[in-house]
Design a binder for this molecule. Sequence first.
Ligand code: APR
Length: 310
Amino acid sequence: MIIPKVSVVGAGFVGTMVAQRIVEHDLAQVVLVDIVEGMPQGKALDIAQSAGIEGFDAKIRGTNDFSEIRGSRIVVVTAGFARLPGMSREELAAKNGQIIQSVTEKIKTQAPECILLMVTNPVDVMTQLAWKVSGFPVHCVIGMGGVLDSARYQLFLAEELGVAPREIEALVLGGHGDSMVPVGRCTTLKGVPVSQLLKPERLRAIIERTKSGGAEIVGLLKTGSAFHAPSAAVFVMVEAILRDSKRVVPASTYLDGQYGIRGCFIGIPVKLGAAGIEGRYEIELTAEERDALRRSAGLVQKTFKELHIS
Ligand code: APR
């Protein structure tokens, strides 16, 4: 059996955890790339040394050389700065934009056939940038945001309702984080909309907590941002693509008219399979949700324009 290759660019907290999850599940062989000399090699070796204990066969190696990503089915991009307390997503965009531009150029040269899975924040803007720089087809460039926002929403709702998080079905669209758009009708406990189970003010408070879910963790960690749940979200997306499972998840994709939005990456439900994004779904929204989604897309477009990429 030929085991697929997945490269992870950025061997920081998120990248390392993504790599670890992938090899521990024997899903793919992993190449971990970073600009810091010795660091990806050291981290990859450390993970590899757990193989005998964990019982996995998948190989992992670290490198500073982008030519080693050749032949990757998927390249996960986590390179860049994590948000610090008080830093806005716009400030982060300016810093990470330069890194994503240079990393994408290298990926385009070394792995032109790959599916690009973007994680670096602000993810919708960075995904749009990577798409533009790479020239890859739309279905090959995906941003991870909605799976994480939905999981955060799921947890907070589950805690409030006293049930297991997996009993909650939660759908979150729009930009990742602050400008996300929860879809009321599609957020249920075993099919019952949570709006029927919670007082409106409690539901509003949970939505607000979910929106600032990333910032809450940044505030607590002080020197970095979330990586456990983000890496879990990346893992399910990588798995869906490699196993061609046709899972439907919210993810950042290019809209060309859906939901009345054109020319921008934003989170909507997509079908993930071997070709990357194999379907994009337009679900019915209330007027309020539709407006919120358009506002969210407007913010992505504004931040992208401020990067001054022609
Ligand atoms: N090429 C390769 N790696 C790079 C480059 C580059 N040009 N520039 C920076 N990196 C690496 C850094 O050396 C660092 O090891 O990216 C890594 C980022 O790791 P962390 O600082 O630990 O950040 P992390 O918590 O992993 O978050 C990475 O994911 O969730 C998002 O908001 C988060 O944008 C952030 C990204």
